[in-house]
Design a binder for this molecule. Structure first.
Ligand SMILES: CC(C)(COP(=O)(O)OP(=O)(O)OC[C@H]1O[C@@H](n2cnc3c(N)ncnc32)[C@H](O)[C@@H]1OP(=O)(O)O)[C@@H](O)C(=O)NCCC(=O)NCCS
Length: 292
């Protein structure tokens, strides 16, 4: 039986790429346990996906990642996405054998301290709505609940909408896409969007020859922004699939949510957007990523 950590034998350090194997296993087991305990499908279907994800994040210069060690053994990790003006947190996971003993709080405090040092106006995350512990922890650390989200999955629609052209985004689209995001959210997500354009995952939607929305990727780790619901509907309709557990649809956007339901998508998981710092009520349509 593993010793429960006391605050004094837990230390936090910067994650290294070679930590991904251990941290990925913990990440897989932590999400598997919390989800299956509540009757939900695991977000990460096997440990290899978690290892691959954390390998990417631990070696990406735009992410600042940390591990927690108990007497020299890794017991958890957390990541801070620093690619854009607003930072996003996650995935945070703690070894199920040592949860609820303060390790998660230390991992969260580390990325919040880092965000304060970097003077960011806002830090955000998505929380599993059924998880009482993370909701309580984040609220005590200063996060405010902003929006209920529905993770949705289903067969791709592979269709188009009248008057909307959806195409793969190129670097030349970055400024116009950033302007849409700035109009809707008050800030852009240029770092993430540039990464997505480089992999070929990003799509833009045009109406009357003008970019009116984009998706960095139609996936759990991607976000989308549009001047109107029509722009998001066109992006969703054109997608070849919905990556990972699904896309995050703001539940209070009843028009878009209902349209997704009518098109055959199903709700797989409830989540909550939480923020610290500046937050503008979005002035348009959007889908957050699992980071924000
Ligand atoms: C979420 C997670 C990272 C938190 O880490 P942890 O080490 O278990 O959490 P901590 O012990 O640091 O903090 C839990 C806090 O919530 C409190 N808490 C737990 N359950 C609670 C409840 N039902 N109501 C109120 N408070 C509660 C604890 O008392 C503690 O607060 P305190 O330090 O002020 O006493 C960890 O549980 C985990 O890996 N879960 C599975 C994966 C996951 O859900 N990740 C987050 C995705 S959003």
């Amino acid at each position: 039986m593993q010793a429960k950590p006391s605050q004094k034998d837990v230390s936090i350090r910067r994650a290294r790429p070679e930590d991904a194997a251990v941290c990925g296993q913990i990440c897989y087991e932590a999400f598997h346990k919390i989800n299956t305990d509540h009757g939900f499908a695991p977000e990460l279907p096997h440990a290899g996906i978690a290892v691959g994800l954390l390998s990417t994040l631990f070696s990406h210069s735009g992410f600042w990642c940390v591990v927690a060690e108990q007497n020299g053994r890794i017991v958890g990790s957390n990541c801070l996405d620093e690619r854009s003006a607003v930072f996003g947190i996650g995935p945070i996971t703690v070894d199920p054998g040592v949860q609820n003993h303060g390790v998660g709080k230390r991992l969260m405090q580390a990325v919040l301290d880092r965000s304060a040092e970097r003077n960011v106006p806002s830090v955000r995350l998505l929380q599993s709505a059924f998880h009482n512990r993370s909701l309580s922890l984040y609220t005590k650390l200063g996060f405010q609940t902003r929006e209920p989200m529905s993770v949705m999955q289903g067969p791709p629609l592979k269709s188009s909408l009248d008057g909307c052209t959806v195409r793969t985004a190129g670097l030349g689209d970055l400024d116009a896409a950033n302007r849409v995001c700035e109009r809707v959210h008050g800030h852009n997500r240029s770092g993430e969007l540039a990464d997505a354009i480089a992999t070929g995952a990003a799509q833009v939607v045009e109406r009357q020859g003008r970019i009116t929305g984009y998706a960095s990727e139609m996936a759990f780790f991607g976000h989308a922004v549009g001047e109107s619901n029509l722009d998001l509907q066109a992006l969703i309709a054109a997608a070849n699939g919905f990556g990972g557990p699904g896309i995050l649809v703001p539940t209070r956007n009843a028009e878009l949510f209902r349209w997704c339901l009518e098109k055959g998508l199903r709700v797989v998981h409830p989540m909550t957007l939480m923020t610290i710092g500046l937050y503008n009520e979005p002035a348009g349509a959007y889908l957050p990523s699992v980071l924000y």
